[in-house]
Design a binder for this molecule. Structure first.
Ligand SMILES: NC(=O)c1ccc[n+]([C@@H]2O[C@H](COP(=O)([O-])OP(=O)(O)OC[C@H]3O[C@@H](n4cnc5c(N)ncnc54)[C@H](O)[C@@H]3O)[C@@H](O)[C@H]2O)c1
Length: 338
């Protein structure tokens, strides 16, 4: 089987490539390295630096490789920023995906595994189940929801299988520490590395279920490679929600080994526009159909992530010009406070 992974240099993509290469020879990877790092790519991965917004280059590449299985992870996954960069969100999520999917279908793709997001559930009451309708509240969620719809429709018409994965709040080694717009765990830890306190949007009571990277990959591989799953949607992630304040306490006590200096108490700032207060999932379907059992406690996962962050040292945060600059832009981004 020829497997293509997009976003292969990214956080989740690079771990997925590692897992796939353990059992398969022909694993191809593409990434434009806007968020990922070349050093994370397994040396046996047949990697090409490719920007999926380049429709013609992507069509030529797919025509040459003719993948049989596509894992699509490439994304501008900055949910909170997408209200201020809707063009980037549309180009790097929706368009980039279609530019990849259409030639894949043309050249006989058998199965597509699309990385979507629980942002498609919007502000409904958690835990979210796959049976709930999609009601995205932000631009990123709208893009992911449309990508899911196009996949389902083209699958029905053109006859390939698909699995849609809706992961959430994944953290662990290789998470991008330089992105000031997303990845709460990595931002908190990078700020501590820099010797500075971090910011919490809102009152910190918002709930998330943080998912350790090594708990995410095995069910994704199973859902993607087994013939059993032909047209499925799975929530995959932890089923133990925590508030951001709980996460913060855990991170601080683990980082400082219990004795947290006063100057590292978090700074509270207003919510970002359209931020969902509580978002976590019911994973009964993944438990029943994939035998999914997330097993890493937040305490253990954070301890292991801290150990990795300490090997990396502090990183500079990297800001981009926003497409919509106005008074609604969070102060932390406008003034590069993070
Ligand atoms: N990390 C999470 O908690 C989480 C949660 C829900 C969904 N997801 C989804 O999982 C996938 C992977 O997320 P991640 O956290 O590993 O993000 P990531 O940013 O680490 O990985 C995305 C990769 O896509 C690449 N990329 C971006 N635009 C590209 C383009 N135009 N052409 C080629 N490559 C491009 C980036 O360089 C990066 O390496 C994404 O689709 C994301 O939406 C992630």
């Amino acid at each position: 089987m020829k497997i293509l992974v997009t976003g292969a240099a990214g956080f989740i993509g690079s771990h997925l490539v590692d897992a796939l290469i353990a059992n398969h020879d022909e694993v191809y990877g593409v990434d434009n390295l806007s968020g990922g790092q070349e050093t994370y790519i397994h040396k046996e991965c047949r990697f090409t630096n490719l920007d999926l917004r380049n429709k013609d280059a992507v069509a030529t590449y797919i025509q040459q490789v003719k993948p049989e299985i596509l894992f699509h992870l490439a994304a501008d996954a900055t949910e909170g920023r997408s209200q201020f960069t809707p063009l980037s969100s549309s180009e790097n999520n929706y368009l980039a995906y279609l530019y990849t999917l259409v030639p894949c279908v043309k050249h006989g793709i058998q199965k597509v595994i699309l990385f979507s997001s629980i942002s498609v559930y919007g502000a409904q009451t958690p835990p979210f189940s796959e049976k709930m309708e999609k009601r995205p509240e932000d631009v990123y969620g709208v893009m992911k929801s449309s990508m899911e719809d196009v996949t389902r429709i083209l699958s029905t018409v053109h006859g390939f299988s698909y699995v849609i994965i809706r992961p959430y709040n994944v953290y662990g080694p290789r998470q991008n520490m330089s992105d000031p717009y997303r990845n709460v765990v990595a931002i908190f830890l990078n700020r501590l590395s820099q010797g500075k306190p971090y910011y919490i949007y809102g009152d910190g009571a918002q709930k998330r279920a943080f998912t350790y990277i090594y708990d995410l990959i095995p069910p994704v591989v199973k859902a993607g490679l087994s013939d059993e799953y032909k047209q499925e949607v799975f929530n995959i992630g932890s089923d133990k929600p925590h508030t951001l304040n709980e996460l913060s306490l855990l991170i601080l006590s683990s980082w400082f080994d219990g004795d947290v200096p006063k100057e590292f108490e978090p700074v509270y700032v207003p919510f970002r526009p359209r931020e969902i207060v509580s978002a976590y999932c019911d994973i009964t379907k993944a438990r029943m159909m994939l035998g999914y059992r997330p097993s890493t406690s937040l305490t253990d996962g954070i301890r292991e992530t801290i150990a990795w962050v300490k090997t990396q040292g502090p990183k500079l945060f990297s800001y981009i010009p926003l497409e919509l600059e106005n008074d609604l832009v969070p102060e932390t981004w406008k003034h590069h406070l993070i």
